[in-house]
Design a protein around this ligand. Structure first.
Ligand code: ADP
Length: 444
């Protein structure tokens, strides 16, 4: 800057000397005056271009200016460039931050000091039924429309969370949300929402299960205690005593069966999935299942010696299912034993393995028993669900057999399928993917 001024002074002096020398000292002042005007005009023009660039241009498009203005514009360009880089870094950071919040399964809504929605992620939009664009700056209480939430919002402190109904809830499907407000910044609020439907369902299932187990155990226990009291208080003959002891044995074995099924269920739930390494040969397995079913059927006869059902088993192919022998035996036995227990004497039960058109391997147990009405079919494999409670009890049922069977099928990559018509018998099937079975190529 000082150099530029010194240069101007030097040029003014020189022009005054030249003009004074040639045209007389009267016009000597015109030279510096003209030079000053030119100098001023040039600087004004460059300042104008710089101003124009600062208003509209980007850091890259700096105008080509001379002298002092070039230094200025270079310095400005560098600073603008640095500022652009900073802005880019912060924009990227904000983008990552928003992406992370978007990825959260929990809802996050930012509210301004008046409680109006500033921003929300997709989960919050789904939970609260908000359209992030359309509902921006709408008051959250108007959007959530839940009296519990309105009261909660009006409180001064929001130390705990509250439960409200989710926006996607319908009459048939309840959705429960847990929401909590947190203060941040200058009076702003953060609204966090969490879908707790599954947690609540699991909790209610746990409660039902405990209630069911207690009920199932209490019934035989009460009967047992009644017999014990009778034995203690009444003078009974040896024959009568024997009769009561036999009834007590029935109740004890009922309790034992229940405890054993409960243990099986908890083992199935707690143990790792059976691998595909151990082949379970079906032929010996089926021999055992058939033998047990024949004994069970015979027990229904007067002497308990010959089966009262026609038990037909088609020849078992030389296949092996990869998995756990104990689990597969219990699943197959449950289906066959159920058929024996629910089919009246004289009925027919057909057992067999086939390969279906969808390349699945099917174990089927078909009976000519009472059949099951369609409304019961979807619930049959629920724990303790029974169509005919007294028939189940009479035949030593625990209400857990099909739950265990379904679990075993799923643990082996398969499923339990039930086809039945009221009054026309049932067909219970275990369906496995062919990939789970070894030796399929040995049969056409
Ligand atoms: P349970 O110990 O009561 O037999 P399961 O879970 O094995 O319990 O079966 C559930 C219910 O399904 C039974 O109570 C019975 O009502 C019905 N059921 C199962 N198998 C048959 C069948 N083969 N024929 C008719 N009903 C059946």
């Amino acid at each position: 800057m000082v150099l530029h001024l010194l240069g101007l002074l030097l040029w003014s002096l020189l022009s005054a000397l030249v003009l004074g020398w040639f045209w007389g000292w009267g016009v000597a002042l015109a030279g510096p005056l003209l030079l000053a005007w030119f100098w001023l005009g040039q600087h004004l023009w460059r300042a104008h271009r710089l101003d124009l660039w600062l208003r509209t241009g980007s850091a890259q498009e700096a105008p080509a200016l001379g002298g002092l203005w070039r230094d200025l514009s270079d310095r400005m360009r560098r600073q603008l460039h640095q500022r652009d880089q900073q802005v880019q870094i912060h924009t990227d950071r904000l983008g990552h931050f928003l992406q992370a919040i978007q990825a959260s399964p929990n809802g996050v809504t930012l509210l301004d000091a008046q409680g109006r929605i500033e921003w929300c992620n997709d989960s919050a939009a789904l939970h609260l039924g908000i359209d992030p664009q359309r509902d921006q700056l709408q008051h959250v209480v108007h959007m959530v429309r839940d009296p519990v939430f309105s009261r909660y919002f009006a409180q001064e402190r929001h130390d705990s969370e509250v439960e409200i109904e989710g926006r996607t809830a319908t009459l048939a499907h309840s959705v429960k949300l847990s929401v909590q407000l947190h203060a941040y910044g200058q009076g702003q609020l953060l609204l966090l929402s969490r879908d707790i439907t599954a947690v609540q369902q699991a909790e209610s299932m746990r409660r039902d299960f405990v209630a069911n187990v207690s009920h199932e155990i209490r019934t035989p226990l009460t009967v047992l205690m009644g017999f014990v009291e009778t034995l203690q208080s009444l003078p009974l003959s040896a024959q009568e005593q024997q009769h009561y002891l036999e009834l007590m044995a029935v109740q004890s074995s009922r309790m034992q069966a229940l405890v054993s099924d409960l243990l099986t269920l908890s083992q199935l739930e707690g143990s790792p999935l059976p691998g595909k390494a151990e082949p379970v040969a079906l032929q010996p397995l089926m021999q055992q299942v058939l033998g047990d079913a024949q004994s069970l059927s015979a027990l229904q006869g007067p002497q308990g010696l010959t089966p009262v059902h026609v038990l037909e088993m088609s020849p078992t192919p030389d296949w092996s299912v990869m998995g756990s022998r104990d689990e597969l035996l219990s699943a197959a036995s449950n289906l066959v034993n159920n058929a024996v227990r629910y089919t009246p004497a004289g009925g027919t039960i057909r057992i067999g393995w086939t390969r279906n058109a969808s390349d699945q391997v099917v174990f089927s147990v078909k009976d000519t028993g009472p059949g099951i009405a369609p409304e019961h079919l979807p619930r049959l494999s629920e724990r303790f669900y029974r169509v005919d409670r007294s028939r189940s009890r009479e035949t030593g049922g625990t209400g857990l057999g099909l739950a265990i069977t379904k679990h075993v099928a799923q643990r082996h990559g398969g499923q339990l399928r039930i086809e039945s018509q009221w009054g026309q018998g049932s067909n219970f099937m275990l369906v496995f993917p062919a990939s789970r079975v070894q030796g399929l190529q040995s049969v056409g």
